[in-house]
Design a protein around this ligand. Structure first.
Ligand code: PGA
Length: 260
């Protein structure tokens, strides 16, 4: 059984005051305890958000973990502007989002660099969320599965099956991110099933049965029910809707009641 996993990617949004209000409101509006939930604030707030959660989580049914939106693959050194996985752990992170399409497109991240980051994260005990997704152009050319397979296999290169089992994958079609155009449940399920089949062929059924695959791209309370009902969708990575406590909490509650 794969436990549902909902993560909020705040991107470059919020300040500490807004972050606290968001966390407070999420606690107030949720009763769930049977799904995994994480928030991924901007780097400067990881420490304070993680402490704020620790101070306030007592007697709350929902457990919220903290994730970072990126990290470097080296432990320390002359890498101006970068942050290491050890630092992320030190400030209370459980998860780290790696290979988000915005980092691939705007900051030239490659599958090879992302793979190095995953190796490092796992060596440290951080849990990676590996994002993969095709652009509209790639889909229109019928190349979406080829692209996804490449991002997946190159991202996971040289990892042990036992390590892959602890990774979360996030299928995020680039054309659905921040556009309001969610992939239909059928399109999303088709790709998730393809990802799982690729994992089975390469790493065996134990791995493919264990790995959680989130869907991401304009997820909101209005579409999460149909998405989460799909066999191979195990949760969601949420951008815009994770910045509004009402929407994020509703998504959590709908998933929790989905019976999965
Ligand atoms: P969105 O972003 O929910 O705003 O489309 C998703 C993401 O980029 O992870």
């Amino acid at each position: 059984m794969r436990r549902i996993f909902i993560a909020g990617n705040w991107k470059m949004n919020t300040n500490f005051q807004e972050a606290k209000e968001l966390i407070d409101a999420i606690y107030q509006q949720t009763n769930s305890h049977d799904i995994d939930v994480a928030v991924c604030p901007p780097m400067p707030y990881l420490s304070s958000v993680s402490n704020y959660i620790k101070e306030n989580e007592h007697q709350k049914s929902l457990q919220i973990k903290v994730g970072a939106q990126n990290m470097h693959w080296e432990e320390k050194g002359a890498y101006t502007g970068e942050v290491s996985g050890t630092m992320l752990q030190d400030v209370g992170c459980t998860y780290v989002v790696l290979g988000h399409s915005e980092r691939r497109a705007l900051f030239s991240e490659t599958n090879n660099g992302i793979n190095k980051k995953i190796h490092k994260a796992l060596a440290l005990g951080l849990l990676p969320i590996l994002c993969i997704g095709e652009t509209l152009e790639e889909r229109e050319k019928g190349k979406e599965k080829e692209i996804i397979e490449k991002q997946l296999l190159e991202g996971l290169t040289d990892l042990l099956p036992s390590q892959i089992e602890t990774c979360t994958l996030a299928y995020e079609p680039v054309w659905a991110i921040g556009t309001g155009k969610t992939a239909s449940p059928e399109i999303a399920q088709d790709m998730h099933a393809f990802i799982r089949k690729t994992l089975t062929e390469k790493y065996g059924k134990n791995v493919s049965d264990s790995v959680r695959i989130q869907y991401g791209g304009s997820v909101k309370p209005q579409n999460i029910q149909e998405l989460i009902a799909q066999n191979d969708i195990d949760g969601a990575l949420i951008g815009g809707a994770s910045l509004k406590a009402d929407s994020f909490s509703k998504i959590i509650e709908i998933c929790s009641l989905s019976g999965k």
